[in-house]
Design a binder for this molecule. Structure first.
Ligand SMILES: O=C(O)[C@H](O)[C@@H](O)[C@H](O)[C@H](O)CO
Ligand SMILES: [Mg+2]
Length: 395
């Protein structure tokens, strides 16, 4: 069936999420000539306006094409764009449209996406919690909140314990982050998964110091320990530390992912289906990672459509570690948007059996929350941290 229309829709509400970037969402609605509707989602962060506009541009390549030709359509845009491998905006646009295309493909065939990808290897996808530590500053704040999270049945938590340190870290910063991690480990016990998020904020020397201080708390992995583009720094980090490295949320193509996999720069790969190239490219990345015995933990930090498609794909991934999950810390409207059909139960999410990505979008709510794309304010606390954590507690 031919694609007749692609619409980017910005949703926002006064109710904020655990982080500024989580307070808006970019939905992509795809309509075919027989009136079938599919949904995708693109990455918001500080680029709402540019992503919104990029979707309009990428749509010019997709409208009029057969929606089922996901492979061909992706590669047509790859050929046309020239900058796709270097443009996050282009990558997230083509990814969102690809997800919406798979949603329609599933609906046409009456099958959830997992069935079109080789079937599921699990009925419930294990998830870890992120977004749970809003306003946590002291070690006690983190420990108490982490205990509440585990009380809900989660088996693993991710958090960024580095407060306002950026690029480099001094003794006080090392002590602060160590105390926070130590408090969480002591509160949760030895079996809990502790995932340390660095948000790519450090130079290599500083993140090596961090690794030496934190490895005794047995983190499951260290995420983005160095600045994203600092490949040399990452190599040095790999040579000089013994911790497991996770990364992948900023990868925008198959070949970029292949580089990190083939160079042995990562242990746990975190592709994001909303910017790696949709379902079409995510599946290839996962297969290459499996060949190198890497584990997969899809990055999943934005909205309920990303979450729904990530659950579908995760169901099929043999080498899955866990799926990231913000669901319990979404603003309520994000859960309402899909009728709250993907709750987390005992640290798992059930794989949905409905066709496509498995969820129905509440169109009435979409109309209510629809907004013009607007530039976000830039404040002292960067948008990529969980709100209220860009602080020190030692003076
Ligand atoms: O691993 C993660 O979930 C991410 O690093 C988030 O914490 C980011 O802040 C967000 O994706 C901003 O783009
Ligand atoms: Mg991250």
């Amino acid at each position: 069936m031919k694609i007749s229309e692609i619409q980017p829709i910005v949703l926002t509400s006064k109710e904020k999420g655990a982080a500024t970037w989580a307070s808006s969402m970019i939905l992509v609605k795809l309509v075919t000539s027989n009136g079938e509707i599919g949904y995708g989602e693109a990455v918001p962060t500080l680029r709402i306006i540019s992503v919104y506009n990029a979707i309009k541009q990428v749509s010019k390549s997709y409208v009029g094409k057969e929606v089922e030709d996901v492979e061909k359509n992706y590669h047509e845009w790859y050929k046309q764009d020239f900058y796709l491998g270097r443009s996050f905006e282009s990558a997230t646009s083509v990814s969102a449209i690809d997800i919406a295309s798979w949603d329609i493909l599933g609906k046409e065939l009456g099958a959830p996406i997992y069935k079109l990808l080789g079937g599921k290897v699990r009925d419930k996808v294990p998830v870890y919690a992120n977004g749970w530590y809003k306003d946590c500053v002291t070690p006690l704040d983190f420990a108490e909140r982490a205990k509440e999270v585990m009380g809900r049945g989660y088996k693993a938590v991710k958090f960024d314990p580095f407060g306002e340190y950026f690029n480099w870290i001094d003794e006080m910063g090392l002590r602060e982050s160590e105390e926070r991690v130590k408090a969480v480990r002591e509160a949760l016990g030895e079996d809990a998964g502790i995932l340390i998020e660095h948000h790519g904020r450090f130079n290599s020397k500083s993140s090596q110091l961090v690794a030496k201080r934190l490895e005794k708390y047995n983190p499951l992995f260290m995420e983005e320990p160095v600045h994203h583009e600092d490949v040399e720094g990452l190599k040095e980090y790999r040579e000089r530390t013994n911790v497991r490295v996770a990364l992948g949320e900023r990868l925008v193509s198959l070949k970029e992912a292949y580089f990190y996999i083939s160079q042995g720069l990562v242990d746990v790969l975190q592709p994001d289906i909303t910017n790696i190239g949709g379902v079409t490219i995510a599946k290839k990345v996962v297969d290459i990672a499996e060949a190198r015995d890497l584990e997969i933990a899809f990055h999943n930090a934005f909205g309920p459509i990303q979450n729904a498609v990530s659950i579908q794909v995760s169901a099929t991934v043999n080498n899955l570690l866990m799926l990231e999950n913000f669901y319990d810390w979404f603003p309520q409207w994000k859960r309402d948007l899909i009728g709250n059909v993907t709750p987390v139960e005992e640290g798992h999410v059930r794989v949905l059996e409905k066709p496509g990505i498995g969820v129905e979008v509440n169109e009435k709510l979409v109309d209510e929350l629809k907004a013009e794309p607007e530039a976000l304010d830039v404040k002292e606390e960067p948008v990529w941290v969980v709100g209220g954590t860009w602080k020190r507690y030692l003076k």
